[in-house]
Design a protein around this ligand. Sequence first.
Ligand code: C2E
Ligand code: CA
Ligand code: CA
Length: 613
Amino acid sequence: MAEEAIDLVREPDPHHREWLLQLRAQTATNIADGRRSELVFEDLVAVLADRIDRSYAAIVIICEDDVPRVRASNAPVPINHLVHGSDRSRWFGAWSASYTRNVDTIVPEIAVSSLYREHRKTFVEHGLLASRAAPLMGRHAIVGGSIVVMLEQARLLDSDEIDVFEEVASLAALALRREQERDEILDRLRYDPLTGLENRDGLEDHLRTTLNSSRMDGPAVGLLFVDIDDLTLINDSLGHSAGDLVISTTANRIREQLMRSDHVVRFGGDEFIVVLDQIDSIADARTVAERIRDAIKEPLEIEGTVLTTTVSIGIATANARTPPLQLIDEGHAAVVRAKQNGRGSTALHDEQLDAGASDRLGREQRLQHALEDGELTVFWQPKIDLQTGKIAGAEALVRWQHPEKGILGPDGFIPTAERAALIDELTDWVLQQAIGEAVTLTEHVPGFNAAINLSATQLVRPDINFVIAAGLERFGLPAEALIIELTESSLANQDVIERLDELRNNGVKLAIDDFGTGYSSLSYVRSLPVGIVKIDRAFLVGLESDGSGAPVLAAAVAMAHALGKSTTVEGIETLEQLAGLRALDVGWGQGYLFAEPAPLDALLNQIEDNPTW
Ligand code: C2E
Ligand code: CA
Ligand code: CA
């Protein structure tokens, strides 16, 4: 390859044109030969510095999310730092004007240029007194960045210098377009056009990274090898476009069952591989596999024909010690076994089979006993009215007092309860217990609100309103004292909405829990019979005591209020966060700052102490 850095010595004026042509030819050859754009940019910056008297130059490319990257520069390092990675609101200078307005920008005297804002002094201190920038036109006629030359004298470029600058700018744009074109092709090769999923090429790399960052012991990463049953049959009987539709629908349904951190690729014609990041046990992988299997069983209409397809799924798990290819092989072996068991089966990779099944059965049986033997209890975590600083309510959070393992949180056993069809029983128990205890709390705090969590599966129970009403009646708790906390996933169907309407008409308050972690927007929440938006603690990050620093939180609170909803923010751990939330006018707060979840007596003691925050 003729990959040569450009080393053209300055020549006297008569050869100016010739020299420019030579520069163009050499650079174009380098680009065509595949010289990395990084190096081409460096070459061009060096040419400018060499041909323009007492100057520095830089090439700034703007990435997708509006982040400027200084890709080549011989300017002083502190100057580069002002530009590189800066937030759009802080952009300044000739480069930014050229980029945003798509025009050449000439600044004959930086010291008096408003474009340089508060940075004028820094530039002057580094001896940079004038500048000129040009936009770099990228592919699809979109400006992709700019090139800038900075001068040690407050002057304009002379005409030869302008020629050089313009030529270099056009060559830099050429290099940029070539780079973008290559990236676009690579992207196209990486994605499968039918499903929009990545193809198998990147899978091994992805697995390697995921495995490397996982634990050494126990299962940490799960792989599901999903294979569509009888696709050939569909292709043969209904045609290939029907087969394509089955494939793309399957891809979408798989995607819908995954979390953001999970990864799915189209591995082959009718095969998909799902990589589950951070699982705690084989049971986790199995849960996802079962969800995928159920989602795919939903009937599908193809040109008037209603069709039910199934998938077979092989499950394998691994940790940091497992080589990626071995994991793929194990998943494949498992799906082959699943197929042998018949359409729509799921199988675990060999050694894991027995351990997994008995593990799960054991846990389900133990939970069943826990319910029967009264090992469950309710903890309470107070909610503070931020206006008065007083306890105004509390949330009931279920705990399992395990005889050997101590107190277990709900995340460890509610999924088991859901799987083993014990969740109805568990919910009934929590509702009765929490409503009973709430009566005591309302006796101590006037207007007290007790909140109870209901999982999505509970709202599709036709008798759920009856169970709630019966509990209220039995203990004599007014409906107004009860808040039901729901997650957005529970709100998918119309029956549920009607049920919630009925609850609300009876006086029960409804809150949408973990707001912001799903995908619903506030405008969607507007239409629901939910009066309280409970914002997830994830949005507290960055919040400062004057209410700044957490723009998403601030916007969510303002919008909720504009829609006439009350707000509660959970997970408050510091006084700074508390002050920030007050500044944002948040209604209620909850979190370790006020108290961790604890038994009824602990909350009653705290109420007795009557603290004010
Ligand atoms: P959730 O409804 O979002 O409950 C809040 C969780 O955040 C609780 O975890 C609580 O202990 C924790 N938390 C509270 N303040 C702070 C804080 O300042 N910092 C941090 N880092 N965490 C805080 P917990 O008790 O483990 O509950 C987990 C989830 O289990 C709950 O999330 C809820 O969705 C579910 N859950 C709890 N009880 C029940 C129940 O009776 N039925 C159902 N279906 N689900 C329940
Ligand atoms: Ca909750
Ligand atoms: Ca929550």
